[in-house]
Design a protein around this ligand. Structure first.
Ligand code: 5GP
Ligand code: ZN
Length: 112
C-alpha cells in the first residue's frame, strides 16, 4: 500500500533498524521504545490489523510467531510480552498488522 508507513519501511523507503527479514515478514526496532527491548514484527503483505486476518492470509501469522520465538531466543530474552493493538481505542496508530515484542522490565497486568 503506497501510503502505508510500514509498507514504506518494508520497502526501504523509510529507514529502520532491522532485527530480521525473510520472504514473509520484517522485524525492526520501535522508534519510541516502551521497554529496554522493543521491536515490531510485521507481515510484508499489507494486512490492516488482526481484524483483517482470514483463512486466506493466516499462515503469515503463524510464521510471525515462529520468528518471534526464534528471535527472542537469539536475543537471550526469557520473558517478554507480545502485543497487537486493533483499532483506535486499543491504541493502534499504524494500520498495518504488527506485533510488538517488549522485554527487559517488569510489566503490569492488566495493561493500561
Ligand atoms: P501501534 O500504536 O499501532 O500499536 O504501534 C505502532 C508503533 O510504531 C508505535 O510503537 C510507534 O512508536 C512505532 N512507529 C511509528 N512510526 C515509526 C517509524 O517511523 N519507525 C519505527 N521504527 N517505528 C515507528
Ligand atoms: Zn502496509
Amino acid at each position: 500500500m503506497s501510503d502505508c508507513l510500514f509498507c514504506k519501511i518494508i520497502a526501504g523507503d523509510i529507514p529502520s533498524n532491522k532485527v530480521y527479514e525473510d520472504d514473509l515478514c520484517y522485524a525492526f526496532y520501535d522508534i519510541d521504545p516502551q521497554a529496554p527491548t522493543h521491536f515490531l514484527v510485521v507481515p510484508k503483505a499489507h494486512i490492516a490489523s488482526v481484524a483483517e486476518v482470514t483463512g486466506e492470509n493466516e499462515a503469515v501469522v503463524g510464521h510471525i510467531f515462529t520468528v518471534i520465538s526464534k528471535l527472542t531466543k537469539e536475543l537471550g530474552l526469557e520473558s517478554y510480552r507480545v502485543v497487537s493493538n486493533i483499532g483506535e481505542q486499543a491504541g493502534q496508530s499504524v494500520p498495518h498488522l504488527h506485533f510488538h515484542v517488549l522485554s527487559g522490565r517488569d510489566m503490569t497486568w492488566p495493561p493500561g
